[in-house]
Design a protein around this ligand. Structure first.
Ligand SMILES: NC(=O)c1ccc[n+]([C@@H]2O[C@H](COP(=O)([O-])OP(=O)(O)OC[C@H]3O[C@@H](n4cnc5c(N)ncnc54)[C@H](OP(=O)(O)O)[C@@H]3O)[C@@H](O)[C@H]2O)c1
Length: 251
């Protein structure tokens, strides 16, 4: 557990702890300062996911400052872009993100992540690097469940983090998800987030709306029985929403 929050955390291979539930802040669908403040304040969220590409690092930094939550209590992820490859460029990009976020680390990263890495990317990386990445952030929701990659990452001590846990909202109308939600008197979003967590997947749903952020955080007072987990596990359709030509680094 994080000292400042009641939300559970998991230990990475380097001993750092990352909260299992974070808040996404991508540029897709807009950014809400009030929503980030609400997540940090009223909901006890201590994990915020961003990227330079999202164009909101300065605003995330401002929200963190305004919230009054100590920097040390918040897990902050930002991401470099493939063009930031090479030690000097990567360091410069990290420092630029730190300045934007008004923090003195990521630049000196507490943990190194990668994003959208397939097994062969990790293997190639391990041939050249001394440090195995601590996290791989990959698309994960009921329609997209890369189980082999998840097992591979875990076998190498890499925590598996899922983005787009709600499939950008697309899975919320699915009759199977809705039936499980009805059964537990929960919302479809809560069922998807809970399912990710019970799969041991660190998850970062995004919302710009306070009521939804509250809803998305209320997932630790119920659990899905094995039969419902199996139902949702069975929804995999290899349906990816994000198509990238190159994977990314994060810190
Ligand atoms: N590494 C990568 O390549 C990568 C790629 C994509 C995303 N990400 C990260 O993952 C985060 C999450 O992914 P995402 O934002 O693309 O998709 P998502 O979290 O699966 O879905 C977000 C969408 O669902 C809606 N929503 C949220 N909570 C809801 C609820 N309780 N009920 C109904 N609708 C709800 C949001 O709308 P409202 O805002 O209107 O509530 C938004 O349209 C991103 O913000 C980003 O930080 C990383």
């Amino acid at each position: 557990m994080d000292a400042g929050s009641a939300l559970p955390s998991v230990e990475l291979s380097n001993g750092q702890t990352i909260p299992m539930l974070g808040l996404g802040t991508s540029h897709w669908g807009g950014y809400s300062h009030a929503a980030v403040l609400y997540a940090l304040g009223a909901c006890g969220v201590r994990h915020v996911d961003t990227a330079r590409r999202y164009g909101c690092e300065e605003r995330v930094g401002a929200a963190l400052r305004e919230s009054g939550v100590p920097r040390a209590s918040v897990w902050l992820t930002s991401k470099l872009w493939p063009g930031d490859m090479g030690h000097a460029a990567a360091r410069a990009a990290c420092l630029r993100s730190c300045r934007a976020l008004d923090t003195d680390y990521l630049g000196i990263c507490k943990a190194i992540g990668v994003s959208n890495f397939q097994q062969h990317h990790v293997e190639e990386l391990q041939e050249d690097c001394d440090v195995t990445p601590h996290v791989n952030q990959v698309e994960f929701h009921p329609y997209q469940q890369p189980r082999e990659l998840m097992s591979f990452c875990r076998s190498r001590g890499i925590a598996f983090e899922g983005y787009c846990p709600l499939a950008k909202g697309q899975v919320l109308c699915d009759p199977t998800v809705r039936a499980v939600a009805r059964k537990h008197a929960r919302s479809p979003a809560q069922v998807c987030i809970r399912w990710s967590l019970q799969n041991g997947v660190i998850t970062i749903p995004k919302s710009t709306k306070e009521a939804r952020i509250k809803e998305n955080c209320q997932v630790f007072d119920f659990s899905l029985p094995a039969e419902d987990m199996a139902t949702l596990d069975g929804m995999h359709a290899d349906r990816k929403l994000i198509h990238l030509t190159q994977p990314m680094w994060q810190g």
